[in-house]
Design a binder for this molecule. Structure first.
Ligand SMILES: O=C(O)C1CCN(c2ccc(-c3cc(CO)ccc3Cl)cn2)CC1
Length: 332
């Protein structure tokens, strides 16, 4: 059974914090942040947790269709900032929207989370076992940032985005029956995992060694991650395009994880594609990890740039903590 994307939606907390706002509480400047990252502002939650952002997206996805919450078979939330480990953020979303017939689970793959989750959802539908699902990337990164560390706290923001994915009914004419995913390459490298960490915990009990470190804050070796992104990710994109037998110039748009605009410049050059096809919105959101690709996708659909009518070839590429990275070449 082939799947298709029926709707896209996004939601961010209403409070907007600009680079100038940050320069009032830490030693940074709009000039530094803008020139080094492309970020101008980010949304920071006042009192909404990750499941609240994700539930807003879920409600919008249902509103765009004539489906009720009871018709949803599964909910996957990709996040590294869950409300908590238990219950999962996905089951909290299920409760908030009343998706009583769905099974729900969180997926942790940092900034590749949405790409991993969309690939998994496609397989759930391809198996024939399930027909309709919500795939949401959602983060409240503001709660894991070290706000005394200007090198990381200026880079990230809060937000959520997602899609409704469903099985294409068998009686649709065969020429409309094209796979959603033309090719994919999901990768990870745990050897380099400690260069980007958050919410680390360690043994702690009357019977454990005392004084083990707890590293709750997000920590990043910026140089190492920047080099990883520039070196490993374009290779992954080119391999995925080769597997799909699609030349880079035939791709309509590239929707990459919104970490840094200079990285997009370098990646466009490495895959020899028009930089204008590398859509971007980190200027308004900062880096929202698993939410960045679905927010960008949703805004592009709302703007009519991406049409969700099966006519466009799009590259979705995530990369980040784990380390994880991955590309889906999709026809949406
Ligand atoms: O120019 C400078 O001095 C600094 C140099 C370091 N920078 C970085 C480095 C890495 C990332 C990043 C983060 C994630 C995590 O989601 C994923 C992917 C990437 Cl590529 C973002 N910015 C900021 C500007």
């Amino acid at each position: 059974t082939v799947s298709k994307l029926t709707a896209a939606a996004h939601y961010a907390p209403k409070q907007i914090i600009t680079n100038d706002d940050l320069s009032k509480i830490m030693d940074t400047s709009d000039e530094w942040i803008s020139s080094r990252t492309g970020i101008k502002a980010r949304h920071i939650s006042v009192d909404e947790n990750t499941s609240d952002l994700a539930a807003q997206v879920a409600e919008q996805l249902l509103d765009q269709t004539d489906y009720t919450a009871e018709m949803i078979d599964f909910i996957i939330v990709a996040t590294i900032t869950p409300d908590g480990n238990m219950p999962s953020t996905a089951t909290l979303v299920q409760s908030k929207i009343g998706a009583t017939n769905a099974f729900a689970f969180d997926l942790t793959a940092a900034c590749s989370g949405f790409v991993y989750a969309l690939s998994m959802a496609d397989k759930l539908i391809a198996s024939g076992a399930y027909q309709k699902g919500l795939v949401i990337g959602a983060e409240v990164l503001s709660k894991v940032l070290d706000w005394s560390d200007r090198s990381t706290s200026v880079l990230f923001g809060d937000g959520a985005g997602g899609v409704l994915i469903e099985a294409v009914s068998p009686n649709v004419t065969s020429d409309e029956q094209h796979p959603l995913i033309l090719s994919e390459q999901l990768k990870s490298d745990g050897n380099r995992g400690m260069s980007l960490t958050s919410s680390l915990t360690s043994p702690s009990s009357p019977f454990s060694k005392s004084g083990l470190v707890d590293d709750a804050f997000l920590k990043m070796d910026g140089r190492a991650i920047f080099d990883f992104a520039v070196r490993d990710v374009p290779k992954n994109m080119l391999e995925s395009l080769e597997k799909a037998a699609i030349p880079a110039e035939d791709v309509d748009y590239f929707l990459l994880h919104q970490a840094n605009s200079r990285i997009l410049d370098k990646m466009a050059r490495k895959v020899k594609a028009d930089r204008a096809k590398f859509l971007q919105n980190m200027q308004h959101y900062g880096n929202t990890s698993a939410a960045s690709i679905p927010i960008l996708l949703s805004e592009s659909v709302a703007a009519g740039t991406i049409k969700l009518d099966g006519s466009q070839t799009i590259v979705l590429t995530g990369f980040g903590g784990g380390l994880t990275w991955g590309t889906l070449v999709v026809k949406i």
